[in-house]
Design a protein around this ligand. Structure first.
Ligand SMILES: C[S@@+](CC[C@H](N)C(=O)[O-])C[C@H]1O[C@@H](n2cnc3c(N)ncnc32)[C@H](O)[C@@H]1O
Length: 252
């Protein structure tokens, strides 16, 4: 449910049960598959998913790429949901509560570390450093996330940071973040068309009545001021300033 005690943000609506979403990123399994392929996830590969949410990508990767995967997330609710689903599906995946800024794993533990639509909420430098630390030499670090277009002025950047606590980079900016921690062979892929497609999918799934219910819940819990913030944030996400991209790098 959209919670009164949480701040008004699109993030909190998406993560609430009200949108009935299990995959909390644009592009669904399609972008997860592309990320997995770019990171060379395959048989007997140890993978870490940072900010694993409800665990959907972890289940998808285990089923389709036959890898071993551990999911970590800071949210008790997400971990509980993912664990419950693992039991329901009869799949052995470890979901662990942990902070992406301080991963509870030794150096060089994983072949691949992925993170979907999460890094821009984090202290990017610290989080990418941590992902690189726990990846073995020759392994891959791959994320997909929001990115700014090159001509984005300061105002939408400030607003998104204020409302969503998100601080994306441009695609080149993400590449620089990867380079800063010593990653090599960095690939960037622009997947900006996924944002409008995601919005359309969600809208169609909810229908007019569903959308109206969400609107009323937002006003009931967060007031008109809260609604304004959510609308502002939505406007930024759908402006031509906001894109989406995949970034993959290799540890030396
Ligand atoms: C937009 S959701 C993406 C979830 C999932 N990766 C997906 O694509 O469906 C962001 C996730 O990051 C998690 N998260 C936020 N801050 C975190 C942190 N410091 N450490 C670990 N997870 C975090 C949230 O709880 C949430 O599940």
């Amino acid at each position: 449910m959209i919670k009164k005690n949480k701040r008004p943000s699109l993030e909190n609506i998406i993560e609430s049960e009200d949108l009935f979403l299990d995959i909390l990123h644009p592009g669904g399994f399609e972008i997860t598959r592309e990320l997995a392929q770019l990171c060379h996830i395959g048989k007997v590969i140890n993978v870490l998913d940072v900010g694993s949410g409800t665990g959907e990508s972890a289940f998808y990767l285990v089923r389709n790429f036959n890898c071993h995967i551990i999911g970590i997330d800071i949210s008790d609710r997400m971990i509980k949901k993912a664990k419950r689903k693992a039991i329901d599906h009869g799949v052995i995946i470890q979901f662990k509560k942990a902070d992406a800024h301080d991963l509870p794993f030794k150096d060089n533990t994983f072949d691949v570390v992925i993170s979907e639509c999460t890094t821009s909420i984090l202290d990017k430098k610290r989080a990418i450093e941590e992902m690189a630390r726990v990846t073995r030499s020759g392994g891959y670090i791959g994320i997909h996330d929001i990115c700014w277009k090159k001509d984005t002025p300061e105002h939408p950047k400030q607003k998104l940071a204020e409302i969503e606590f998100r601080k994306p980079e441009t695609l080149d900016g993400w590449k620089t973040q990867f380079e800063k921690v010593g990653l090599i062979d960095i690939m960037i892929k622009d997947r900006s068309s996924l944002i409008p497609e995601w919005e359309i999918n969600i809208s169609e799934k909810l229908g007019l009545l569903g959308r109206l219910k969400i609107l009323l819940k937002i006003i009931k819990n967060w007031g008109i001021g809260g609604l304004r913030k959510v609308m502002e944030s939505r406007r930024i996400f759908h402006s031509h300033y906001t894109g989406y991209g995949i970034i993959v790098g290799k540890k030396t």
